[in-house]
Design a binder for this molecule. Structure first.
Ligand SMILES: NC(=O)c1ccc[n+]([C@@H]2O[C@H](COP(=O)([O-])OP(=O)(O)OC[C@H]3O[C@@H](n4cnc5c(N)ncnc54)[C@H](OP(=O)(O)O)[C@@H]3O)[C@@H](O)[C@H]2O)c1
Length: 308
């Protein structure tokens, strides 16, 4: 069964800069305008080959914004030279800066978004990630303030610890991405509602009081850096997503496209068990057709390995 092995759960991934694929992928950003919900980013490969061999070069954007932005402000305007984009930068708040949160910070900043990132220990512990990516280290409240997209990527058992009403300061219509998985035996302990059949993301929605799009949950954290491919590339993989909000799912589909993945819509949140741990699609790195087939082949029964 293609599940994330226990040995990879919680293992911190600290990829070396030279192993990252972003230097060979560059969105032109030509279609990226505020409010353009249909933007699809064309990709070209092999630009700036000289940059591929060098350490990532940070340069100020043409708008002249500077790196030393006021604490807590949006607008990290530094970009990797080989992936600089123009147009609308989405404000993305990432709650959790571990394996998944760290690598999503890397990819979303690399394609030009304004990212604020928070963890449990405070922004002072995120300076290395900020230096590397240009993201802004923040408290949870600051990461979420005015954000158009919020990614919740903390261990499931930590979701109830997030501050009450933490999404209140987000932009109207904020899209919330939930990367979470329930690991009762290795990490989370027993969550009765999930054991009784509630989907993991529905449980998270109830904890945070907001609809979510379940995405990235079956993706190896390292694959977020290693597997991006331009649209149409035969090696491009697809990731499943579930949720009840069609507009939010469109936003996530576009974000996935921008960072080098196809998306497969698995339907509403009540169907999200099809992408939970232990299912055929969980851990699968394959194209959209194979992902659809795997989703169809899923059984709603949670196997003993994935029960408390
Ligand atoms: N690892 C994978 O390959 C993978 C793949 C797909 C999905 N997932 C799922 O994605 C979620 C995150 O996984 P991960 O591997 O990235 O976890 P991780 O490496 O353990 O990182 C967890 C992050 O969450 C933060 N955090 C914990 N409690 C918090 C709180 N109360 N408030 C704010 N931040 C808090 C931690 O901050 P501190 O370090 O400061 O405590 C840390 O930055 C999990 O549900 C996991 O099952 C993981």
């Amino acid at each position: 069964m293609p599940c994330l092995p226990a040995s990879r759960i919680g293992a911190r991934v600290t990829p070396r800069a030279e192993s990252r694929p972003r230097a060979t992928l560059r969105p032109t950003g030509a279609h990226r305008h505020a409010g353009d919900t249909a933007r699809r980013t064309p990709w070209v490969t092999g630009l700036f080959p000289q940059v591929n061999r060098a350490a990532p070069a940070l340069v100020p954007r043409p708008d002249g914004a500077v790196r030393n932005k006021p604490a807590g402000s949006w607008g990290s305007r530094w970009r990797y030279l080989h992936e600089s984009t123009e147009g609308h930068d989405m404000k993305i708040g990432i709650i959790g800066a571990g394996n998944i949160g760290g690598n999503l910070t890397r990819r979303f900043t690399a394609v030009g978004h304004d990212v604020r990132v928070a963890n449990s220990r405070g922004p002072q512990t995120l300076t290395a990630l900020a230096e590397e990516t240009g993201a802004t280290p923040a408290t949870i409240e600051d990461a979420v303030r005015d954000a158009e997209v919020v990614v919740v990527t903390v261990p499931l058992k930590a979701v109830p610890d997030l501050p009450e009403g933490f999404l209140d300061g987000a932009a109207d219509g904020v899209t919330v991405i939930d990367t979470g998985n329930y690991y009762p035996q290795q990490r989370d302990g027993k969550i009765a509602e999930i054991e009784d059949g509630l989907t993991e993301s529905r449980w998270t929605e109830r904890q945070i009081g907001h609809p979510v799009v379940k995405a990235f949950n079956g993706t190896f954290a390292q694959d977020i850096l290693d597997k991006p491919r331009p649209a149409g590339d035969p090696a491009r993989i697809a990731l499943p997503l579930s949720g009840d909000d069609a507009a939010a799912k469109r936003t996530v589909t576009e974000l996935l496209d921008e960072i080098g993945f196809d998306a497969v819509d698995n339907g509403g949140q009540d169907e999200s068990w099809r992408q939970q741990p232990g299912t055929p699609v969980y851990g699968l790195a394959a194209d959209a057709a194979a992902v659809r087939k795997a989703l169809e082949a899923a059984s709603p029964e949670r196997t003993a390995e994935w029960r408390a």
